[in-house]
Every structure is written in structure tokens, then in C-alpha cells.
Design a protein around this ligand. Sequence first.
Ligand SMILES: *Cc1c(COP(=O)(O)O)cnc(C)c1O
Length: 402
Amino acid sequence: MSRSQEELVELGHQFLYANYRQPAVVMQRGAGVEVWDVAGKRYLDFLAGVAVNALGHCHPAIAKTLTEQSTRLVHVSNYFFNEQNILLAQKLCGLTRMDRVLFCNSGTEAVEAVLKLARRHFFGLGQTERHGVIAFERSFHGRTMGALAATGQAGYREGFGPLGPVTHVPFGDLDAVKRVLNDKVAGILIEPVQGEGGVLPAPPGFLAALRELCDASGTLLLADEIQTGVGRTGKFLGVDHFGVRPDAIAMAKGLGGGFPIGAMLCTSKLAGALPAGSHGTTFGGNPLASAVGLTVLETLEREDLSASVEKMGAYLDTQLQALCRKHPSKVVGTRGLGLLRALELRASLDARAVLGAIREAGVLLSIAGGSSLRFSPPLIVSQAHIDEAIGLIDGVLGAVQS
Ligand SMILES: *Cc1c(COP(=O)(O)O)cnc(C)c1O
């Protein structure tokens, strides 16, 4: 029995936990860069499930893998190896210059694994006091207790304390890092481009300087590539723009193209830090998720999407800059890398209202950093999609009252 959008929304409000604030829209199907709601309205999806649907909606390669693998083997647990998982690990190591992979099911779990890895590494070296973490203001690392402790935004932390000891310093402030770095610090955790914080790329030279600091002090450099990884910024990893190789990396979001999967990657130096039995997960690395992850990575390569991301990212940037010039009373500026970009609205505008009006006009975006519209379209986005979306947003910006 099919229900109307209104009926479904009512049921959703009645039975779902109200920890999100969805508009009265129920999504039904997607294809490429487009999605449709139950009422039949079409949207250009420039949110892509928060930088998740790297290949767009219902990519035929993903659908084929899901179908085939689900008739072969879905889950066996980590009591055994499975072929898809081994092949995905090999592929990921090649793309990231890392040596080992530990799979999980989400971003926050990948961050937990990275944090546990860092602590356990120094425990193994007999440095049991070395358990501190330095992270950055405005960062977002996830919602479980450890990842939340590392998240540097009051809004996400409020009411969940006490949270583990993490020292937060301003993003990009090397002197502030130096002031708090000591021999009790196990790792420095950083997003190469802060995503939820407002799409803020690390300043030039900052990651390289952190790498030097870490090398000199023996501290681990931990990269949160959950939003920036898998080609989102035009290179496979965000850190690739800065010529830096971290000691460990957290990945998730785009890796499964919509299917849940996360990964912790590390260098050979840390390959023994988590001994057998010290960490694990029931679902992590299952054959179905691994097969999809492998398909996503192979499709990225086959369709040469990093070249396309660079090109479309640059094009999106010029179009956003044009919006800034056209609507100076509404828009402050634009920033970002590749297909992760932000349009910062003037404080006089209600960002949520603008977001809602843009959705009504037929484009899905999200808000990052409180006052910025975030653009994270599928990596397969075309110039025609960008033109159409920018045209619709242009119309909304022209109509809203500042
Ligand atoms: C989304 C995100 C996370 C959390 O990932 P979940 O899958 O939601 O747990 C962590 N770090 C960054 C940078 C993210 O963008």
C-alpha cells in the first residue's frame, strides 16, 4: 500500500527519534545526480548524502556488485578472511601509500580506531603516560564518545561530558600547537579541509609543518579523511594536496558510495600497535561492503573521476564566485577544494531559511559552519548539472530578503 508524502511525514514524526530536523520531504528514488521525493518532485542532489554518494545514486556498477555479491556471500565475520576484503585493503593501500587497513562501518568508528591505535602504540612502547590528543577548533570527528571528545565544536559536545582529554587549538595556528605539544601527546588529529566546520582548507604549509613537528617529537599525525577522501577534493586524499603522509588515516563516507563502510589505515610503523584481540568489529570488512568499496575505487579510476573532479570543481568555483559578485549583499565569499565547496552567507541571512528555499527550488545542499551553504555533489556531476543548480540558487538569492 503506497502512502502519501504527508502521511509518511506524520508517521516519521510519530515513530522516529527526533534527533534530526528533516523537512517534510520523503525521498524515494535516485539516479546519478538526481533524486525524487514521494510526491514526484525532482531535486539536483548537490549534498550527495553528505559527500557519500561519490558515484551518484544507483550507479549501475554498484547495483551490479550489490546484486552479485549478495547472492554469493554477505557476511562471515572476522573469524575468517574474505576475498573482497583482502583485495579492497590492497587497493586502498596502493591509493593512499599506507601499509595496513582495519575496516569498520562508519566514520566515527574509523576515528575511534585511529585514536585507540595511537594510544596503544605508545602503551606498547612503555610510554603509558603518552595518551593525549591535540585536535582543532571547529573540527568534526564523529559522535561516539572518543570521536566526540576530539570534535572541536560546542554544539556537538553540549550535554555529553565529561569527555576524554583532548586539547583543542585554533585551526592553522602552528604556535598554538607548539605551546600544547609535549611528551604526553600521542597524536595530532586533523581534517585537511574542515568539512562540518565550514569547508575550511588547512592554510598552505600547515600540514607540512605539523608533519615536521610530529617527526621531531615522535607524535603521530592522524588525518581524518572521512569527508575529504576518495577523490572528493580532486586527489584521492585531502593530504595529497599538501604533500604530507600521515601515520594513520580515518576514511568512510565516499568509500562505499552509499553503502556503509569505514576504514582505519596506517603505516608499517603502527602495524603491530593493536595486537590480535585488542580491537575489532563484527560487521567491519564484510564481503558485501568490501565488494562495493572495491567497485567504487575501480570505477573512480576507470572513469578517471579525479581529473573530472578537478575540472568540475574549478568550474563550480568560478560559478560560485560569479554568485558572490552578483549578490554581494547576500553572500560573503566562497572557498573549498575540488567538489567540496562552501558559499558563505551574510550573517543577516537565516541560513536555514535560504537552504529551505533552495531545496524548494530543486537543489539539495547542506549547511556547514553555521552560515555557509556546502556543496558536495556526486563526483560524476557535469557542467550542465552545475549550470542548472547555480541558475536555481541564483534565483533564490535574488529573491530572499537580506
Ligand atoms: C562525517 C564525518 C565523520 C563521522 O562519520 P560518521 O560516518 O557520521 O560517523 C567524522 N569526521 C569527518 C571529517 C566527517 O565528515
